[in-house]
Ligand binder design. Structure first.
Ligand code: SAM
Ligand code: SF4
Length: 450
């Protein structure tokens, strides 16, 4: 067996072990934050004071009820529960601290208020939107999104949000199969969803719907039937595989990951033949829709993270906020960072390379210019093997995953990690360890000379 076929075999083995992790891309952070966790230091405020253009992610962790599958840090606290009021006040404190710490001429280019279900906050959400406009320079903000779910929208409310400056909504539908919805603790009827979709189209225009496949009891027919209806209304469609790894236990793992992939590809075929473009991985868009905030995030641009469990990034610095709502409202300082990591040049390069490879694609000339090295000669052997093995493709100056490579989106990018990460992964007995042993470490050590 020659070296390349030996490597192919090792990659195949790693793919087998890791393929459960198919498109669970919300909380991707590279390098993994547990690699080097430290307590907050003044470096964070220093980096904030240097920020130029940035995005904001703000977390609202409240929902009407908690879905059985959900792995976010959320609460179904009632509208008048004290924790909600405390949370709101705490959030205002953090917003003001960020506004004070960044330069006055820094521009915010996109805002994403996610959750949870921010629209479950009613007029408190409008107050948050107003405060963001008041405290930050949003004159060049191209996309201002709020997440939402059924039973939280009505015409006047959407008009109020639009007036405040919201120009995009991300609306969680998951499926239009009534029984499946009940089974995961989502109780509303399909008619009300269609009404919401109509007013979203009329009032906001730019919106996307989240759907999930592989939910218990959800047939192929239900997935296509759901998409058939949604494509009549929504300019953006996002598809998530039920992530059974972090899911809280009450939804049985129904299918193998291979089945999930088959479902995804059937759905993708349906969407692309219905006029949608696959923007990146699991996001599909037609005219009138956009995913600017997500693309900025995957392009490794600065994101200020406000609220619990949010992840932020500033050049050469990444951080994650405290996870629980109680910890958040009970914290002492204005910011809420729990884990932070300064990134040296190697880690910064690795972060950008792996994130772009995973989600969008690497413009090789731009990348080489930015970091002053030659990606193809640094990783020549590995890129050759991955292109020959139908995992990567290079065209029009962009290096990206092939369709076959997309299935291994959690693995292929990791091969470009520098030594300090691969060593950690090897110690964790990560399935990729045998592959790194072959050439990952030797090649990635070239980073150090970049
Ligand atoms: C933060 S939630 C907010 C959306 C909104 N609260 C809703 O559910 O209608 C964003 C999306 O994450 C997805 N999601 C949540 N838990 C998931 C899981 N365990 N596996 C896969 N996707 C999940 C759902 O599609 C959901 O719409
Ligand atoms: S999926 Fe959405 S509505 Fe359901 S618990 Fe999670 S954030 Fe809340």
């Amino acid at each position: 067996m020659n070296k390349n076929s030996r490597l192919h075999q090792k990659l195949k083995d790693a793919f087998e072990q890791l393929e459960m992790d198919f498109y669970p891309c919300f909380d991707w952070q590279f390098p993994p934050p547990n690699v080097k966790a430290t307590m907050p230091t003044p470096v964070f405020e220093q980096r904030l004071s240097e920020v130029k253009n940035y995005s904001i992610y703000l977390h609202v962790p409240f929902c009407l009820s908690v879905c059985k599958f959900c792995y976010y840090s959320v609460s179904a606290a009632k509208e008048n529960a004290p924790i909600r009021e405390n949370y709101f006040n705490s959030l205002m404190r953090e917003i003001k601290a960020y506004a004070k710490a960044i330069p006055a001429n820094a521009k915010c280019e996109s805002v994403y208020i996610g959750g949870g279900t921010p629209t479950a906050m009613g007029s408190k959400l409008t107050a948050i939107v107003n405060t963001l406009y008041e405290k930050f320079d949003l004159s060049e903000c191209r996309e201002f999104t709020v997440e939402s779910s059924p039973n939280t929208l009505h015409r006047e409310y959407l008009e109020e949000l639009k007036l405040a400056g919201v120009n995009r909504v991300s609306y969680g539908v998951q499926t239009l199969d009534q029984e499946v919805l009940h089974g995961v603790n989502r109780h509303y009827d399909i008619k009300s969803i269609i009404e919401d979709l109509k007013i979203l189209g009329n009032i906001i225009g730019n919106f996307n719907v989240d759907t999930m496949y592989d939910l218990p009891g959800e047939t192929d027919w239900a997935i296509i039937n759901t998409l058939e209806t949604l494509t009549k209304y929504s300019p953006g469609i996002t598809m998530y595989a039920l992530d059974p790894i972090r899911e809280k236990g009450s939804v049985a793992i129904q299918e193998t990951a291979r089945e999930a992939q088959r479902k995804f590809h059937t759905a993708k075929k349906y969407l692309t033949s219905s006029g949608y473009k696959q923007l990146f991985q699991n996001n599909f868009v037609r005219e009138g829709g956009s995913y600017i905030h997500q693309i900025r995030r995957w392009d490794n641009l600065p994101v200020l993270a406000i609220g619990p469990s949010s992840q932020g990034y500033l050049p050469r610095f990444q951080y994650t906020n405290v996870n629980s709502i109680r910890q958040y409202v009970g914290r002492e300082g204005d910011f809420s960072i729990e884990v932070q990591q300064e990134l040296d040049l190697n880690l910064e390069i690795a972060r950008e390379l792996t994130t772009k490879l995973r989600f969008t694609g690497v413009n090789v000339d731009e990348f080489n210019k930015k970091y002053g090295f030659d990606l193809f000669s640094t990783f020549s052997e590995m890129i050759d093997v991955l292109i020959a093995g139908d995992q990567l493709e290079f065209s029009d100056g962009i290096l990206k995953l092939t369709i076959a490579g997309e299935r291994n989106n959690n693995i292929v990018p990791m091969l470009f990690s520098p030594d300090e990460i691969t060593r950690e992964l090897c110690q964790m007995k990560h399935p990729l360890a045998p592959v790194f042993g072959d050439f990952g470490q030797r090649q990635s050590s070239v980073y150090l000379r970049a």
